[in-house]
Design a protein around this ligand. Sequence first.
Ligand code: TMP
Length: 238
Amino acid sequence: MRIHLSTYLLIYLFTCLLVYLFTCLPISLYTCPMFITLEGPEGSGKTSHIPHLVAYLRKQGFTVFPTREPGGTIISEQIRDILHDLKNAEMHPRTETLLYQAARAQIVEQVIQPRLAVGEIVISDRYYDSTIAYQGYGHQQNLDEVRALVKYATGGLTPDLTILLDLEVEVGLQRKTQNALEWNRMDALTVDFHKRVRAGYLEMVKQEPKRWAVIDSNQKWENVQSELKRVIIARLKK
Ligand code: TMP
């Protein structure tokens, strides 16, 4: 029996349709990419909350990828070491600003964008708002110039949701020393510097209230954790 060429073509098209239905379509229908960032002054507890949040969201069926800044790639982690080394006390704020952007450009391209592209939820421990708060407000550099660098480094990638774990500067720094947490070059800057950082965060919240949520971190750990879950789930349902 001779099969006509158009029959082969039909079989080919039907196979393509099946492949599309079983691979590409489910990704676009059932996953909701979301980029969530956690911010806060020193000792605000972001790092201790993220693993629990990730476990909780995975239990709910979401595909979640946690990461941190500076870091998250081999190159960015090496830059982190330079930035945070207490021996580099003479680092100029412009050098510091550029190094944070170099680390960021790498993680955006290598990790964050690809994960979002396949529909995952990316949760980052700090992102570009840290640069605005620390290098911009903290070091009192020109905010427009800092924002322009940030835009260049991120290619314009903005988080869908940013949560500020807010805390009095003195309480946060005390938490870090009491709990023997990592003490790096940035922690060692003056209390006034850290107060400008916190004030900067609160100013940014005012400027973009839709993107930001603020949680008081000076309460029981469990309460902060449940508020985090509530805010994130509410945004995922939107
Ligand atoms: P952490 O991982 O313990 O939060 O430490 C990161 C430190 O780096 C913290 O002091 C904030 C600082 N930082 C900046 O100054 N600018 C940035 O852009 C980022 C991502 C972090």
